[in-house]
Design a binder for this molecule. Structure first.
Ligand code: NAI
Ligand code: MG
Length: 338
């Protein structure tokens, strides 16, 4: 049976890189015996929809995503928070997987970088509990539950044990990054639950304070592989890692729930280059590779990764990587390798 994939291009370069990723999925479907094809359900979200209809995330889109096998999302502009936070909820996502890997042929600040962030995806300071208490005072409530912390930790243990970390070694363990020395109650709870689960599961886990981590990662990324962290820390630290490997055009991500998931490039709508056909499709194509693996097409996901790595190494490359190729030329080169 064909898998149902909701496709949301969104705004800006979302409209350029998502069609590129769909071309790659079509090439996989054409070549692979395991894949019966994909039923794409196109849905709208973002600034343009809000302008036209008054809402950035139409109910039909939310319902389609909630009922799909998986969703491929591009980016939304100013309405990003109104779109992506509810969509992560629609798929019941409790973890955001963000691999940051440097590739041969790409000019990276730290070519040895190969790190996967497993970011808590529902709470922390992004749980939406903000208040304006007076003319002078606004507050934010930081939410940390044992249940969400443990769920993330269980996922991290499975991830490592299944050999899905950068080295593929089931014994590689993970690092939990936190700030429990200051946020003793909230990050104290997070830290304890994550380390407890690792101990119960017999998975190696060490810990790092997030500020120290932010220094050590750029100095020597080779000492880290799988990094488990809270919501805001994961957002910031994975963008920092993007800077080490050659930019946002390369980083995919997966928002994974229990029986649904949403895949998206880490980047936004890139208004400075939108409409020119020169956006780097790599992040969106690698997001499609993660989608394939999530649906059980592990070999096909790896084939897409290999094709992307080949193109990054030999060209053609888009402007952000120092080349002059268009989105379409890069996509065609990936499809050809498949
Ligand atoms: P951005 O990621 O859109 O762009 C940052 C820089 O990276 C720009 O110079 C851009 O040209 C470059 N860049 C990003 N992706 C690229 C690609 N695939 N190829 C080549 N260059 C690329 O972040 P920015 O500028 O902070 O945000 C722009 C808009 O995107 C804002 O309205 C923001 O709200 C939205 N946004 C949406 C996100 C989402 O939908 N998940 C995530 C981040 C930002
Ligand atoms: Mg971000």
């Amino acid at each position: 049976m064909a898998d149902e994939i909701v496709v949301i291009e969104g705004d800006g370069i979302g409209q350029e890189v998502v069609p590129a990723a769909v071309d790659v999925l079509d090439a996989v479907a054409a070549e692979s015996d395991a894949v019966d094809g994909f039923d794409y359900v196109e849905a709208d979200a973002g600034d343009a929809v809000e302008e036209a209809t008054g809402t950035a995330l139409p109910e039909e889109t939310y319902a389609a995503v909630a009922g799909a096998d998986a969703t491929l999302f591009g980016a939304a502009g100013e309405t990003a928070a109104d779109v992506i936070l509810p969509l992560r909820e629609a798929v019941g996502s409790f973890v955001n997987i963000r691999p940051a890997k440097a590739y041969p042929g790409v000019d990276a600040v730290r070519p040895e970088t190969d790190v996967v962030f497993l970011r808590e995806n529902t709470e922390g300071v992004y749980s939406g509990h903000e208040d304006r208490l007076s003319e002078d005072l606004s507050t934010l409530t930081r939410v940390v539950t044992s249940s969400a912390s443990r769920e993330l930790a269980e996922f991290a243990c499975d991830f490592v044990e299944d050999g899905r970390g950068p080295s593929g070694d089931p014994d590689e363990g993970f690092t939990v990054a936190h700030k429990a020395n200051v946020m003793r109650e909230t990050d104290g709870r997070f830290r304890k639950e994550v380390l407890d689960v690792a101990a119960e599961r017999g998975v190696d886990a060490d810990e790092e304070l997030i500020d120290a981590f932010a220094t050590k990662l750029p100095l020597d990324p080779s000492q880290y592989s799988v990094v488990v962290c809270g919501n805001l820390a994961g957002d910031l630290l994975s963008d920092l890692a993007a800077g080490l490997v050659g930019g946002l055009g390369l980083l995919p991500s997966a928002n994974v729930g229990h029986d649904n998931a949403l895949f998206e490039p880490v980047h936004g709508t890139a208004p400075d280059i939108a409409g020119e056909g020169v956006a780097n499709p790599t992040a969106a194509i690698l997001s499609a590779a993660m989608l394939l693996e999530y649906l059980g097409y592990v070999e096909e996901g790896q084939q897409v990764r290999d094709a992307v790595e080949g193109v990054l190494s030999d060209g053609p490359r888009t402007g952000d990587l120092g080349g002059s190729a268009t989105t379409e030329e890069v996509t065609d080169a990936v499809v050809e390798r498949l």
